[in-house]
Design a protein around this ligand. Sequence first.
Ligand code: AVI
Length: 705
Amino acid sequence: MSSKAPSLLDAYRQVRRHSEELIAPLSAEDAVTQSMPDASPAKWHIAHTTWFFETFLLKPRLAGYAEFDASFGYLFNSYYEALGARQPRPQRGMLTRPPLHRVLDYRLHVDEHMQALLAGEPDAELEALVRLGLAHEEQHQELLLMDILHLFSLSPLAPSYGEGHAPPACGPQRFLAIQGGLLGIGHDGQGFAFDNEAPAHRCFLAPFEIAESLVSNGQWLAFIEDGGYRRAEFWLSDGWAKVQEEGWEAPLYWRRQDDGWHAFGLAGLRPLELDAPVLHVSYYEASAYANWAGARLPTEMEWEVAARDGRLRQLYDAAWQWTQSAYAPYPGFRPGAGAVGEYNGKFMVSQMVLRGGACITPAGHSRPSYRNFFHPEKRWMFAGLRLARDLPEQAALDPHARELAEDLEAGFSLQPRQLSPKYFYDAAGSELFEAICRTREYYPTRSETALLKRIAPALAERIPADCTLVEFGSGASEKTCLLLDAAAQIRRYVPIDISPAALDKAAARLQRDYPALRVEPLCADFTRLEALPPALADGPRLGFFPGSTIGNFAPEQALAFLQGAHELLGPGASFIVGVDLRKDVKVLEAAYNDAEGVTARFNLNLLQRINRELGADFQLDRFDHLAFWNPEHSRIEMHLVSRAEQRVRIAGMEYLFRAGERLHTENSYKYAIDDFRALAERGGWLVREHWTSAEPAFAVFRLQA
Ligand code: AVI
């Protein structure tokens, strides 16, 4: 079997044959009766689609073509003003003449001549018109089935047209998050589309979520049972008026019988299938249902963006889906020249857009940009609905979470994605960091502690009386005791930390162990602190920044921090800074890849925190910890690596992580003595002294303002 797209002539033959197959189950009486002004008899549909080819293709383009019947222009013109007077639409059912067999002869006549027209290589304009004629005929194939169903629904015999047009069942009613932004919609000109789908253009969408499946009969039943058709609060004003006027109690073809609800369809009257999509509801009903369900209808732009996302079910094979968009031209829309320009353009008012496709839509007829449209009260189409909801605005978050959300949004828009390591230190993260410090491989804490013990007397000698000790990123304040034990002249202690839990715990312990000390904890991001509260820091000041936390800043940030600390601590202050030193790569890499996996848990805890604080859905087992030495930048880098392609929802946004994609979570710069000395001096400090620990080497600097 060839997988090639059919030639134009083959496509023509297939579409035309399908129309004839559709009328095969009908009697001559079925084919001529008009059940309401909106519907047309089947005979009229198959004549009108033939008239389209005769009028727009054969007459203007096939030399010597003789019109089949001069009266047919009046009988089978639908709405083209440019082509003159026509049979009024509500009276198409009066056309008992020509008889059906003459209409079928008309089809044969036109088909023969179309074959002659398409025998050569058609030019682009001819091909475009034929494709329009075929798409038009496919629309009428669907209309024919809609109209037959309406006709049969009025028959006391409840006839069956036939099997084979059932929609697929609704699946899980999950909502899928779609990231907003400036997004493209509309047809890009590749392949056939109707004029109303163009021009392609961009529109701004706020983040939203949209249901994976359509609303089911079962859900609709719950709406009915909850008084949905009797409670004005769910309805638009026009819709409520319509419900009263028409006495609507259920979708168009639902019938309440002694043994429960039934639905009439092309296969006849059947017990209601609860997991089938609801069909034959008006826009007004769809909108009322959405209100009742605490949701809304999507806009047509949202629908199209979501359809292109690839995760929605029942897009084209179940029911047309009402949108909350009024049918209007796209920016820059121009109708085609001549009578075909009347095809779509003149209907762009008072109708609502439906997207997707239905179980009676010919296969392959629709596409993501397809715009169907009907008046809001119409119900005989195969119309259903898919719900949408706004995603909570970031404003709903508390200020801390909002800051995280904003930093995350900014960092995740970079390539590679990144997030500041300051977010590691929630309560669990602070404890995990303490656990890292106890691992065999993580030497900085041990090296620095040993060094501080050794030099504490020397440091104490240089600490002035009545001094205030200000510690940046104090965490558990463990190394602080080494200074406090050696220098009783320290009167006040100001630990500054971003984690309230760690801060409270450490402050309480120090207050207990050093009753003469005034402990004044300050919960803050010390990189953003512009001044110390005056009451907290009178007298000489001593800054303390151990642990090589300065290594978590990029060199320019480290410089800014040193300058800021100079300002904050003020004239005459001293500053004790711990700095990890460059060394053997094996030692460095082992320190960030401990065998127990504590560092990995610390790294992954960042995702846990985002889940908790921003309602995100990271699955921790779908990311790996990665830490390695980057010699070019003289730093250890930590990342989280996505194990597979996955989507993560965070604070109303959705992020795609490709397999192997990294989230950069931390840098830990390692210095040479001279490099740090130069940096401190650029930061405005005098480097008074430095000491180096035993291997693995770590340095402590004493700076003077
Ligand atoms: C706090 N900071 C100095 C530690 C470091 O070594 O960069 C944080 C850390 N990250 C992984 N292990 C420890």
